[in-house]
Design a binder for this molecule. Structure first.
Ligand code: ASP
Length: 344
């Protein structure tokens, strides 16, 4: 009898721990239903679904959270719909400079690349930095040399060219001129030495960065983020996406987080780590911690964007302070969702 009870208890506790799943984002911003064609909406939803399926398949087979994160992100990196790898935005000089990072929650190991121009899958390079180098963050030509040595697939700059992003750059450059004369903009710059006209985010800005956070069957968490950064960025600007603690964070004791939004604010607010810290030090739930950071602290500081996160128990949170965020999750208990707009 005792043995039976023990077995029952074991299977129940085992069952509880078995919850696994993943959550993804494809960027936040002024994403409005009225501006989206039915065709475009369908394409986004399909890609998000494909990304979730790729990551979920790995988790279902007992694979590692880091591999699920890579698989989910790579689906979006290969799509022109998102601002990562293939669909990366252009810098002021007309280049694609990509950033990515990944972190695992069991040993707090992490890897990242910044300002890379020829790596087909920047997230795979981040993973290689994490696993095959003694470093956390490699940049530019050195990061590409390392990726080549690791046998990662490289691509000509033409692979990353898309007409849509090129036009966005032209529009952004055009917009800079009238903005220079805008009184409010001038005041903002005078008030804060950190703000710069080049980083002023237009009303209709969309952050198309992609990210994933996953919890595997072994209870390990991981998160990753991949981006082309911000259209019209200059001076080898690097955003929050490759910064551990800002764009990406994972800790098995708390949660795994990936951010998207106005990177400068996310770096200064150490967004991803702040969520984990609120859980660790103030025992906030994932929902409370993530909403406090994204809906309260970031908004007060003027930082627009959102995050997706999953905690050690498989709870998911996807708060954002913009009009929309491409997002979705899939959990082993059957819960799943794909959404774009605010009201969904
Ligand atoms: N966070 C990214 C950056 O600032 C942009 C984005 O999320 O789309 O580089």
């Amino acid at each position: 009898m005792k043995k039976l009870l023990f077995l029952l208890l074991l299977s129940f506790s085992g069952f509880a721990q078995l919850k696994y799943g993943l959550v993804i984002h494809g960027g936040a911003g002024t994403i409005l239903r009225e501006n989206m064609s039915a065709e475009a909406e369908k394409a986004y939803r399909q890609k998000l679904d494909e990304s979730l399926a790729a990551g979920y398949a790995i988790l279902e087979q007992g694979g590692e959270a880091t591999d699920a994160v890579i698989a989910a992100i790579q689906v979006m990196e290969q799509s022109e719909l998102f601002n990562a790898a293939k669909g990366a935005v252009f810098t002021h000089e007309g280049r694609n400079e990509m950033d990515a990072s990944i972190m695992r929650g069991d040993d707090l190991n992490a890897g990242a690349v910044a300002g890379v121009r020829h790596i087909k899958s920047p997230i795979s390079a981040a993973k290689a930095v994490m696993e095959q180098s003694p470093h956390v963050l490699l940049s530019g030509a050195g990061a590409e040399e390392f990726a080549t040595e690791q046998g990662l697939e490289m691509a000509d700059t033409s692979y990353f060219f898309t007409e849509r992003r090129w036009k966005s750059l032209q529009r952004a450059i055009e917009r800079e001129k009238p903005e220079l004369d805008h009184d409010d903009q001038k005041k903002a710059v005078e008030k804060s030495p950190k703000s710069s006209l080049i980083y002023s985010v237009p009303e209709d800005y969309k952050f198309g960065t992609v990210g994933c956070a996953a919890l595997d069957k072994n209870g390990n968490l991981a998160a990753g983020t991949s981006t082309g950064g911000m259209t019209n960025k200059r001076w080898n600007r690097i955003g929050d996406s490759p910064i551990i603690g800002a764009g990406t964070y994972a800790n098995n004791a708390t949660c795994a987080v990936s951010s998207t939004g106005h990177g400068e604010y996310f770096i200064r607010s150490v967004v991803a780590y702040d969520i984990s810290a609120l859980m660790e030090y103030q025992s906030l739930s994932l929902k409370e911690a993530s909403e406090k950071v994204v809906i309260k602290k970031l908004v007060e500081r003027g930082g627009s964007g959102g995050i997706i996160a999953i905690d050690k128990d498989g709870n998911v949170s996807m708060p954002f302070n913009t009009k929309g965020m491409y997002r979705g999750f899939r959990l082993s208990n059957g819960e799943a969702k794909i959404a774009i707009y605010e009201e969904e």
